[in-house]
Design a protein around this ligand. Structure first.
Ligand SMILES: O=C(NC1CCCCC1)[C@H]([C@@H]1CCCCO1)n1c(-c2ccc(Cl)cc2)nc2cc(F)c(Cl)cc21
Length: 232
């Protein structure tokens, strides 16, 4: 049985990334807002675009703390951010949804989101993904590293130096793999399950343009930043 050990450097790397991840979170708590009031489809759409816009800004700040990211080609840094923003948004939404809440709150939150204006066909795949993330019971280090691995996906459109991104991603994957073995010793397949969620995340993210266009309301307005990041 090979002894898995996280090195001092990997420990330091994990701390930098987890601290940055916890620092750069959405200011006002969107879950609390949704639990407080019921909103119209228009208000929910506005809430989503506001939250998503501020999350993109937070994501940019977070990536500056990923060791090695700023050494990448600048255009590749943009390509990685643009290519991962939607996935990072759904991953963050899933992590917010999966947070431990007082009993009955998650059900209310689910109901509010089901009725928020999203068209029916996307509700099931979205909640299937949220629940599959919830079942993993990730610790915060795993959440931070999983978001980092998602950002450092080499095969995003327009990335020129894929090898450089691959090297960075592999560094993060090695730490994540060891962390999974140490955090979930009874479940040797845990790391593989975690990476399997990234496939589900990419599939869900393919729907995001349609999810937004089919929001039950007229005249979908987006912020300039979202027009840049989302293909809308
Ligand atoms: O604002 C949201 N998410 C932000 C995005 C930035 C990071 C923080 C979370 C949305 C909004 C909230 C108003 C009703 C419609 O969903 N949201 C989505 C979602 C995301 C993409 C699409 Cl296209 C549809 C829905 N899933 C959520 C799960 C949740 F638990 C909570 Cl609290 C909110 C969630």
């Amino acid at each position: 049985k090979e002894k898995v050990e996280i090195t001092k450097e990997q420990q330091a790397l994990m701390k930098i990334i987890t601290d940055a991840y916890n620092r750069h979170q959405i200011p006002q708590d969107v879950a609390k807002k949704l639990l407080q009031d019921q909103y119209s489809a228009e208000e929910n759409f506005l809430l989503l675009t506001e939250m998503a816009t501020s999350q993109v800004q937070v994501l940019v700040e977070f990536t500056k703390n990923i060791p090695g990211f700023l050494s990448l080609d600048r255009e590749d840094q943009i390509a990685l951010l643009k290519g991962s923003a939607v996935e990072a948004m759904f991953l963050r939404s899933a992590q917010v949804f999966s947070r431990k809440m007082p009993s009955g709150h998650t059900e209310v939150l689910e109901e509010r989101i089901r009725k928020s204006g999203i068209s029916e066909e996307f509700i099931t795949p979205m909640f299937n993904f949220y629940k599959s993330i919830g079942e993993l019971h990730m610790v915060q280090e795993e959440q931070a590293l999983l978001t980092t691995v998602t950002i450092l996906t080499p095969d995003r459109p327009y990335v020129k130096d894929q090898q450089a991104v691959e090297r960075l991603q592999e560094t993060m994957l090695d730490v994540l793999r060891k962390l999974c073995v140490l955090q979930h010793p009874q479940e040797p397949q845990y790391f593989a399950r975690l990476l399997g969620r990234l496939t589900e995340l990419r599939t869900l993210s393919h729907y995001h343009t349609e999810m937004l266009a089919s929001w039950r309301m007229n005249d979908h307005k987006f912020t300039p930043l979202l027009c840049e990041i989302w293909d809308v």
